[in-house]
Design a protein around this ligand. Structure first.
Ligand code: NAP
Length: 249
């Protein structure tokens, strides 16, 4: 069976590294992005230059219709989906709960929770052997923040941590729901990884400041996470697993 992977937020950071590595593992890759088409096109071009197959597909994962349309595009251009990587995610500026608006929390949940749920739904509908599919796997990108109450230090990202806690629960529950339908569900929980997400969360220096608290003495690279994602995508007897890839924190 041809291997087809959809990576949400595949245009930058962890998603881009995962897309590039997936192509080396023989996947045709759908590189999803929200607005940075140029970055997605670059990932696609790198895969094609290496002899692989990839497409860039725009969709805001927080918008249900766009997610549905994205899956249709993948069906029509790459064929039967075999792996979904629920990677797209956001943080916001550090903010204590006492100051947190409902609009902020809703946006966080729409992108980091509702998006992955809807994408998982679309993947299950295609992969489930009870629905005529041929099985497959889902890898969810959670975070060390899911069990740390948000970012390190008070007043940072509790909403983000809560959204990743929901991803852990989705992973745990969906594992049992679809194990009998040929679908494996696993999660990676990255620690501090060197991507631009920290700048978008108002902490551009976080990657430089982090190593002191990390037993392995360095922050992670996007490739460190991509390796874990590809392991879980390929590991035929592994489901319901959480891989903490955080340098030993
Ligand atoms: P990043 O460098 O900021 O990249 C985020 C990616 O997600 C981009 O491709 C972006 O596309 C896409 N994206 C954002 N909002 C989207 C939306 N609404 N719909 C579709 N795509 C969207 O982030 P990253 O650090 O690689 O993070 C990737 C995942 O790892 C996230 O789930 C994050 O929570 C998790 N994580 C990261 C770290 C870390 O230290 N970096 C640690 C733990 C967990 P556009 O550029 O087109 O918007």
């Amino acid at each position: 069976m041809d291997k087809v992977m959809l990576v949400t937020g595949g245009s930058r950071g962890i998603g881009a590294a995962t897309s590039l590595m997936a192509a080396k593992y023989g996947y045709a890759v759908a590189v999803n992005y929200r607005r940075d088409k140029e970055a997605a096109d670059k990932v696609v071009a790198a895969i094609e230059a290496d002899g692989g197959k990839a497409i860039a597909v725009a969709a805001d994962v927080s918008v249900e219709d766009e997610v549905v349309a994205m899956f249709k595009t993948v069906d029509e251009t790459l064929g039967r989906l075999t792996c979904l990587v629920n990677n797209a995610g956001i943080v916001d500026q550090p903010c204590p709960v006492a100051e947190m608006s409902a609009a902020r929390v809703s946006r966080m949940m729409a992108v980091n929770v509702v998006g992955p749920f809807v994408a998982a739904r679309e993947a299950v509908r295609r992969m489930s052997t009870e629905r005529g599919g041929a099985g497959g796997s889902i890898v969810n990108i959670s975070s060390a923040a899911s069990h740390a109450g948000g970012g390190a230090g008070a007043g940072t990202y509790i909403d983000y941590g809560a959204s990743k806690g929901a991803i852990d629960t989705l992973t745990e529950g969906l594992t049992r729901e679809v194990a009998g339908e040929g679908i494996r569900v696993n999660a990676v929980r990255p620690g501090v990884i060197d991507t631009s997400i920290h700048a978008s969360g108002g902490q551009p220096d976080k990657p430089q400041e982090a190593p002191a608290g990390i037993p392995l003495g360095r922050i992670g690279t996007p490739e460190d996470i991509a390796e874990a994602v590809l392991y879980l995508a390929e590991a035929e007897f592994t489901t319901g697993a959480f891989l903490d890839v955080d340098g030993g924190v």
